[in-house]
Design a protein around this ligand. Structure first.
Ligand SMILES: O=P(O)(O)OC[C@H]1O[C@H](OP(=O)(O)OP(=O)(O)O)[C@H](O)[C@@H]1O
Length: 185
């Protein structure tokens, strides 16, 4: 069996393009327009879900033309692997600043939904008045998830995808397009 883990060049060689850079840009612009139409009066607190959310956030924020505040949370359950643990590990929890606010969570991918469901629940438990979720991509699993995203840029097939903030064994978050890793669901 070929080991892809420490071999970023091989990972990329053995992948297929899912969404081009242009498709990603268009999706981000559409999502920005949808969010603006919905939240422009809300003065939301926008929270990037680090680290995967960083590219989507960086592309989206300058296209949100209304007053907002910005911060981040960080949690992981994949640990640079291709399957997630049941348990989410918090690195930076939301704090008191969410109380009474409309919170907009920005992440790269809604896959099984465990991560965003837990972050949303945490924000609500801390007194957020509303939590809205936007993701660059949603993986089409064909089954019910514990959360639905309010805004979705692109739908991707049930394969392990990377690029645009999403890692492949820790590599390639920097790619401007989205790829599927061969042989990894
Ligand atoms: O919907 P789920 O199945 O819960 O998966 C989605 C989450 O998985 C990834 O995070 P990861 O745990 O890889 O941490 P990272 O952001 O540091 O990559 C991704 O950034 C999402 O936050």
């Amino acid at each position: 069996m070929v080991v892809l883990e420490g071999n970023p060049d091989l990972i990329l060689q053995r992948s297929t393009l899912v969404s081009s850079e242009e498709e990603v840009k268009q999706a981000v612009t559409r999502v920005a327009q949808e969010i603006t139409a919905t939240l422009r009066q809300d003065q939301p607190l926008v929270l990037c879900v680090m680290g995967g959310g960083v590219v989507f956030t960086g592309q989206l924020l300058p296209q949100l033309v209304f007053p907002l505040e910005f911060g981040y949370v960080q949690a992981t359950r994949y640990h640079n692997r291709t399957h997630g643990d049941a348990q989410l590990v918090w690195k930076m929890k939301p704090g008191e600043e969410v109380r009474g606010r409309t919170v907009l969570l920005l992440d790269d991918i809604l896959d099984e939904g465990v991560t965003l469901a837990e972050i949303k629940a945490q924000c609500l438990a801390l007194g957020a008045s509303k939590v809205v979720v936007a993701v660059l991509v949603e993986k089409m699993l064909g089954r019910v998830k514990p959360i639905r995203a309010d805004f979705v840029g692109l739908e991707v097939p049930d394969q392990y995808v990377f690029g645009c903030g999403m890692d492949a064994y820790g590599w390639w978050r920097n790619l401007p397009a989205i790829y599927a890793m061969q042989g990894e669901a």
